[in-house]
Design a binder for this molecule. Structure first.
Ligand code: PLP
Length: 409
């Protein structure tokens, strides 16, 4: 008799975005004339930069030519892309990372989700709260989460990030082994300075813990005190794995490409205390379960780093960050308390008068025809907050803020 992995059965139905879609569809059906502005989903809207499009066309032509045709590629990614990444994202920023520490993938969702494959099931996991749900759900699947009680998993250590602590997580009050950090943060749009991040690196070094650092939004950082990479912090090469994505940086949500950095100094331990290089295990995992990112897509990712690519991407990021600025001004003018949005494409606002995230959602939809995401959907500490994204159209974003400016909440 075939048995299921019962850990999967512990997961509640993915409720957040389906519930949002249901509510919006119902509203639209009842009010077909309503001009609904969607600021909920974290997907990009601008088309791919021209340099990427040209690289895609050229790579397609390569595949039609017997001298340039590419079949299976290296599971870790082509050297042309790994070397380009190392040079641009690390060496030029004064960070030591080597090409064989970079693993190209089809995106950070897969890598942050799959990384648990090489970690023991008895590790104690810590997540910031609110959190990108993939970290939690994949640990539920991996049997590390315990039971769901009042919206929290019994074996997961939650690190609240709320306005009262400036969205800076405190060190845990019990020993943890794996810490997921995402900065700039989804959903709060907040960041950590180098000094604040160093507290976590020091903790990890002292406790032989591992930091899984999701830097999917690093391209949105413009403030010099905010690190783009955890490896800007001394000691991080010994205790941190970093995830990067081309999705938000370069509009690759539909193309699919990202990469994971596993420095050779990062160790985990066997039960008998013997050290094991995570680089070696991740390589083994990828070689067994992953057959590489498409050649065409890797050529497209390489073009992100060309002179033209960099300029076009800067323009794209500026477009979104201009939306974020307009949103922040509009929300503040409406008297709302708002966080994030300075070095991230997300704005995180406190719901006024203590109303719940879902009540705020309903009122925003019904009274202003604007869709956002209730904060509680990202974890218990998200209750009383609400996320809006800056990935929309400029004119529609401005229109949404006009509506909010004059709203009687
Ligand atoms: N990490 C975070 C924090 C995200 O918000 C997202 C996407 O929204 C991802 C990873 C997934 O990125 P990718 O498109 O590379 O899978």
């Amino acid at each position: 008799m075939v048995h299921v992995n019962e850990n999967f059965l512990k997961l509640p139905e993915s409720y957040l975005f389906s519930e949002i879609a249901r509510k919006v569809n119902e509203y639209q059906a009842a009010h077909p004339e309503a001009d609904v502005i969607r600021m909920g989903i974290g997907d990009v809207t601008l088309p791919l930069p021209q340099a990427v499009i040209e690289a895609l066309h050229k790579a397609v032509d390569d595949m039609a030519n017997s001298n340039e045709f590419h079949g299976y590629g290296p599971e870790q990614g082509y050297a042309f892309l790994r070397d380009t990444i190392v040079r641009n994202d690390y060496t030029e920023r004064g960070i030591e990372i080597h090409s064989d520490e970079v693993f190209i993938s089809d995106g950070s969702k897969s890598d942050t989700g799959n990384f648990g494959d090489i970690l023991g099931t008895d590790n104690i996991i810590a997540v910031t709260d609110p959190v990108y749900p993939v970290y939690v759900d994949t640990n539920v699947m991996g049997g590390r989460a315990g039971e769901l009680l009042d919206g929290k998993w019994s074996e997961i250590v939650y690190l609240p990030c709320v306005s009262e602590n400036g969205f800076v997580p405190s060190l845990p009050d019990r020993k943890v082994d794996v810490i997921y950090l995402c900065y700039p943060n989804n959903p709060t749009g907040t960041t950590l300075t180098r000094e604040q991040l160093k507290v976590w690196v020091d903790y990890a070094l002292e406790n032989k813990a591992l930091i899984l650092f999701d830097a999917a939004y690093e391209a949105f950082v413009s403030d010099d005190t905010i690190p783009h990479s955890i490896y800007e912090v001394e000691g991080a090469r010994k205790c941190a794995v970093e995830f990067r994505s081309f999705s938000k940086t370069a509009g690759f949500t539909g193309l699919r490409c990202g990469y994971t950095v596993v420095p050779k100094e990062v160790m985990a331990y066997r039960k008998d205390g013997e050290r094991v290089m995570l680089n070696r295990l991740w390589n083994r995992r990828q070689c067994t379960k992953f057959n590489g990112t498409a050649y065409i897509i890797q050529r497209a990712a390489e073009a992100v780093y060309s002179k033209e690519g960099k300029a076009q991407i800067r323009e794209m990021l500026n477009y979104y960050m201009n939306n974020a600025r307009v949103m922040k001004e509009g929300l503040l003018a409406a008297g709302l308390e708002v966080f994030g949005g300075d070095n991230a494409p997300y704005l995180w606002l406190k719901t006024p008068k203590g109303i719940s995230s879902w009540t705020f959602f309903d009122r925003l939809l019904h009274e202003l025809n604007i869709v956002g995401t209730p904060g509680v959907g990202f974890g218990p500490s998200g209750e009383g907050y609400f996320r809006l994204t800056a990935f929309g159209d400029k004119a529609r974003t401005a229109e949404a803020m006009e509506r909010i400016r004059t709203w009687k909440i």
